[in-house]
Design a protein around this ligand. Structure first.
Ligand code: GLA
Length: 373
């Protein structure tokens, strides 16, 4: 058995060219697909990638939504560690809080939905109080992406062509996202975008994690680490004030593993902030770890991005319908770790730039790695 795991480990880490195994006892990578309904005239398909150790990730062409992540607990039992719906009607319901979706063209908030670029002011829809959130009324989470299975049965490539003027943003953008499941239980997401006119771009994924896989109704008992000594404080509408402040001695301090419930009550509204990652370069670096002691499930998040939004599911209130198993997703039922550029960057010159120009390519890689301990 040891020998097989060793072989598997080297067979396919992050490759899209996994060769079918010659040994029938070693399971292979596979991608299955099932039609689950229609949006307008498009068939909505759920693709499921499975790896040789039995981890499974399901993804829709609608919104590039991750609908399921099945991983083992320390006893070897499978469980689904993301919130989601039991049918497409769930995903399509008004008020779906971005379960599992790809967010774009600009993830997170832009103050008053307004920014100025090359001397021109652009006005976006304000869909979150006075601000623009997650790409607008019909962001990348609510469109049908073109899906291509890449060779090796471990990668899916999704493409969306966003038109000049869509949701008020300038430039024709081509966004490409590759979801890869590795033999080492890593879900890797590679994002790329190009444009023909300067535009802000900030893409992310919005999975809601609960590593108990349905056993715990909230994530208050999950232990979180954020590799960040600083964060961006916000105003009452969750727009950064422009300051970057140390977390030390505050409830925002997750530099050492801490139960999410420990200081949550002293953060008005709950955690919904951007942490400034302690990056040393531009490569993939550890950003966060999440541990659920009872199941033993452990998740590490790596990213090339400068920030991470930790959102503690504050707005979940048990009212979503068509949920998996009819579960009531109550406040703090799950959490999001959205790798990103800082919110409102188009209006905050001191933050790293999010402007993509014609001829440039936006790239972002994030990895969610699952194990037990
Ligand atoms: C992000 C935001 C939250 C909330 C969720 C979706 O995490 O920061 O305020 O809007 O998306 O409900």
């Amino acid at each position: 058995m040891k020998k097989y795991s060793f072989l598997i480990l080297f067979a396919a880490a992050f490759a899209c060219k996994n060769k079918p195994s010659a040994d029938a006892k070693v399971a292979a990578f596979a991608i299955s697909e099932a039609a689950i309904g229609k949006v307008d005239t498009s068939t909505i398909t759920e693709y499921t990638i499975s790896n040789p150790s039995g981890m499974k990730v399901s993804i829709l062409n609608y919104g590039g939504t991750v609908t399921k992540i099945i991983t083992k607990d320390k006893a070897g039992n499978d469980g689904d560690v993301v919130l989601g719906f039991d049918s497409l009607a769930g995903n399509l319901q008004k008020g779906n809080p971005y379960f599992g979706v790809l967010v774009g063209r600009y993830a997170n908030r832009i103050a008053k939905g307004k920014f100025t670029l090359d001397g021109k002011t652009y006005q976006l829809a304000t869909n979150n109080g006075p601000n623009a959130l997650h790409g607008g009324l019909k962001g990348y989470d609510k469109v049908v992406w073109t899906v291509e299975k890449l060779a090796g049965d471990s990668c899916l490539q999704l493409t969306y062509k966003s038109k000049d003027g869509e949701e008020g943003y300038p430039g024709n953008v081509v966004a490409t996202v590759v979801y890869t499941l590795s033999s080492a239980n890593e879900l890797k997401i590679d994002y790329k975008a190009t444009t023909d006119k300067a535009t802000p771009v900030n893409l992310t994924n919005h999975c809601y994690f609960n590593l108990s896989a349905g056993a715990d109704s909230t994530i208050l008992n999950h232990e979180l680490t954020l590799v960040a000594d600083k964060y961006t404080p916000v105003d009452t509408t969750l727009i950064p004030t422009g300051k970057i402040e140390p977390v030390k001695g505050t409830p925002m301090d997750f530099t050492a593993p801490k139960l999410i419930g420990k200081d949550l009550a002293s953060v008005a509204g709950g955690y919904d902030h951007n942490w400034v990652l302690n990056k040393t370069g531009k490569g993939l670096e550890l950003a966060a770890t999440l541990y659920h002691v009872a199941s033993g499930r452990y998740m590490e998040v790596f990213t090339t991005e400068p920030g991470i939004q930790f959102y503690s599911g504050n707005f979940l209130d048990g009212t979503l319908t068509n949920t998996k198993g009819g579960k009531k997703y109550v406040q703090h039922a799950a959490l999001c770790l959205e790798t990103q550029h800082f919110p409102d960057s188009p209006n905050e010159p001191s933050f790293p730039s999010v402007i993509l120009k014609s001829g440039e390519t936006y790239t972002h890689t994030s990895v969610y790695k699952f194990s037990v301990k």
